[in-house]
Design a binder for this molecule. Structure first.
Ligand SMILES: C[S@@+](CC[C@H](N)C(=O)[O-])C[C@H]1O[C@@H](n2cnc3c(N)ncnc32)[C@H](O)[C@@H]1O
Length: 377
């Protein structure tokens, strides 16, 4: 089967985990970069990754690569780069996303317009009709990346980001994206052997992703993808991959206590709704209390959380108090546990009153954060 060049797009800080996940799912020649991982995949692998990979935002399948010296050269190269007659009929809507710059093409919006013009002009010459542009849920999503080494034109396998699994209709305050939550859990090394507790669980994302991964619930099984309408879509291969992904689900696995705690009644209710939508009520308990009320399981395990960071450093005395309370709760009740804290405000994490033994830099929606590990004595 023919091999394709693909770029996976990731949260900054999860590229190495992303590369490992790609390899485990059969991708070849995997090369991590900043926020992206390049690799090769055949069609089955491309489908498998959309169904099973938990960490990427999107996968971009390369369709052409060319030199580009400015707007005119881009216009001409785009028209001759691909079999548009087969792939972009005027009855289909499309969108163009652009990253990077090159000579004479320094504004991504202008570059996108140039690609769009090249394509609709070509369509008019072929069919006397043109496609509509649709920014949300188009039929085809094109991606152009410009750099000093040239232009790469790709098709996005999914117009909506892959972090949207389909289980989270309800969102609390500042929820983590599902792919980021999955990556954070992978970094802890939690493997379903020990209890897992999130004392400030919000909409429950960390716990849902941890348990979904442990039970091998495919991340993309409840949603649709743009490649299902591509001209080379292979329905048989797709069904095979879906069956393969379903056959890995192991709901009978023994799982230790997984507990989330949320003090706001509405948000706790939303967390329960999300847990139910993910089909995990049997495995995750959500308690609507202040975290100081949690009774931790006897067997030590993992505590994970992302408390609020506050906006201005040092501005919020309530938050300082929250971090102090959290630190005291952990020191008093969680001897022998691992404690993982996602924090975007160093001044606040100091209030925990413990020294971290490991730290990873991670970007949470553009905020430079640290995923901190504490070993509790
Ligand atoms: C940044 S959010 C967590 C987001 C979560 N990781 C998610 O993905 O939805 C922090 C949560 O902690 C909750 N919270 C704040 N103080 C708390 C306390 N003392 N006990 C329990 N929950 C608390 C807030 O209501 C908020 O929902």
């Amino acid at each position: 089967m023919q091999s394709m060049e693909v770029i996976g797009v990731y949260p900054q800080g999860l590229e190495e985990e992303g590369a490992k996940e790609l390899q485990s799912l059969g991708a070849k020649s995997v090369r991590p970069f900043n926020r992206t991982v390049a690799f090769q995949a055949d069609l089955s692998c491309f489908y498998r990754l959309h169904l099973q990979a938990r960490l990427p935002f999107r996968f971009l399948r390369e369709i052409a690569r060319f030199q580009c010296n400015g707007p005119e050269s881009l216009y001409k190269s785009v028209q001759s780069a691909f079999d548009w007659e087969r792939w972009l009929h005027p009855s289909m809507s499309f969108r163009v996303d652009v990253t990077g710059t090159s000579h004479g093409l320094t504004h991504t919006h202008f570059t996108a317009l140039q690609v769009k013009n090249a394509l609709v002009d070509l369509q008019r010459s072929l069919w006397l009709k043109r496609s509509d542009i649709k920014l949300v849920d188009p039929d085809l999503c094109l991606h152009l990346h410009l750099s000093r080494s040239g232009a790469v034109l790709s098709l996005d396998g999914s117009s909506r980001s892959l972090h949207r699994r389909g289980y989270r209709a309800a969102m609390g305050l500042a929820p983590l994206k599902e792919n980021l939550a999955a990556g954070l859990i992978q970094k802890t090394g939690w493997d379903g052997t020990f209890p897992l507790v999130d004392p400030l669980c919000g909409s429950g994302t960390l716990l849902i992703e941890a348990v979904s991964c442990f039970l091998s619930l495919p991340a993309g099984l409840k949603r649709s993808f743009l490649f299902e309408a591509w001209p080379d879509f292979d329905q048989n291969l797709w069904e095979e991959e879906k069956n393969r992904a379903k056959s890995k689900i192991s709901l009978e696995k023994q799982i230790p206590a997984v507990i989330g705690c949320e003090q706001e009644p509405d948000i706790a209710r939303q967390a329960k709704t999300n847990v139910a939508a993910a089909g995990l009520e049997k495995f995750i308990t959500i308690q609507n209390t202040h975290f100081s009320e949690i009774v931790l399981p006897e067997k030590p395990g993992f505590i994970v959380c992302n408390p609020p960071y506050g906006k201005r450093i040092g501005a919020n005395e309530d938050l300082k108090f929250l971090y102090q309370e959290l630190g005291n709760f952990i020191k008093t009740n969680a001897s022998g546990w691992q404690f993982w804290l996602l924090n975007g405000n160093r001044e606040l994490s100091r209030e925990i009153g413990m020294k971290s033994s490991l730290r990873f830099a991670i970007s949470n929606g553009g905020i430079d954060c640290r995923w901190l590990k504490y070993l509790v004595n």
